[in-house]
Design a protein around this ligand. Sequence first.
Ligand code: GLN
Length: 432
Amino acid sequence: MATISFSPKDQYNAFITTLNEAESGPGALSGIPVAVKDNISTRGIPTTCGSRILEGYVPPYDAHVVTLLKKAGAAIVGKSNMDEFGMGTTTENSAFGPTKNPADPSRVPGGSSGGSAAAVASGMVRMALGTDTGGSIRCPAAFCGIVGHKPTYGRVSRYGLIAYANSLEQIGPMARSVSDISLLMEVLTKYDPRDSTAVDCHYSHTPDPEIRGLKIGVPEEFFGEGVDPRVASAVWDGITLLERKGAEIVTCRMPSMAYALAAYYVTCTSEASSNLARFDGVRYGPPADTKLPWHEAFQQRRQSGFGTEVKRRIMLGTFALSSGYYGKYYAKAQAARQQVRNDFLHLFRTVDVIAGPTMPTVAFRLGEKTDPLSMYLSDILTVPANLAGIPSISVPCGKSEGLPVGLQIMGPHFRDERVIDVAYAFEQGVSR
Ligand code: GLN
């Protein structure tokens, strides 16, 4: 065991908690400093979910992924900043203040794993864990100019992840290179029976940049309304690079994109309203008036413990699930979700991967987006992969207005190896 000291000047507010000294053992990640998003339980280290409602909470156990990191010798040096409970696209919804984008500190780093992305992009750590419910690994990776991978649903155990929307979310790796993503995937995919949705499908793979003959589908909808033409052109340049390396580019359609965002927001708010019901503020959270009748005490504690966006989503989700509306909203959302899945399955009969931009724009200015709907709209290109449960990676793909752009590559279920290979081929092509 070696002790690694860690006392960065955290000028981007990437961390909620830093450990001045971290243990590192032998293994594949020996001596490597890793940041862990603050919704992943770490024994003996506060885990806040970016919320005041968990003030004073110190988990008595490690998430499965944390156990795996430790076994691989990694030095967990801190818990990274995030949108409260993962609800957001900018990391501005953190009770601990926003994180800034190292590529331009007047901009947001993306969210919700913005702290992890900023910690990696600024070089404070080599790798980080994020979670992705509707884009929260890929969006900040794109905005900060790093690589982020959302694994196939079920490939990484969620045991010890504080849930936001269980049916959509996965824990995944963030790093500056595709080979580091691959290395982390190897560590994170060890089967765990404590997550009933986990599948025993270990990733053991060395990235292979040979993509000759590979068919890449490009859905027209990924370049539709709302996608900044400058971002679109950077991504097309990237796709052309893949073509030069021998891939075949096929344009295609994804009609269910018209419903994807609505299906996502009904599903995630419904699951959130149920998940977040457990936070009563009794053991943890801001101090409250103990003389109040019990129901008023809960009300006061939840009122002061949760931020605005979290409260908005609890209310939306409770409404969507309520009797009389369930069929109109939740059931419809599940039907639309099935269509998204069917569209992907259909496309993967003829193409090997699907490519497009990760985000429709570059990173926003801090404070620029105040209207929740316009914020939600920016998730349009990332939520389809979560609805379908397929693997999806974002890899840096040039710049627009001097800011990083992400190329997104999606693949069939359990073909994480394939999307990582394409990202690797792309990265090699760019650096030549
Ligand atoms: N921006 C999306 C949301 O707010 C995605 C968040 C996430 O993946 N955790 O729900």
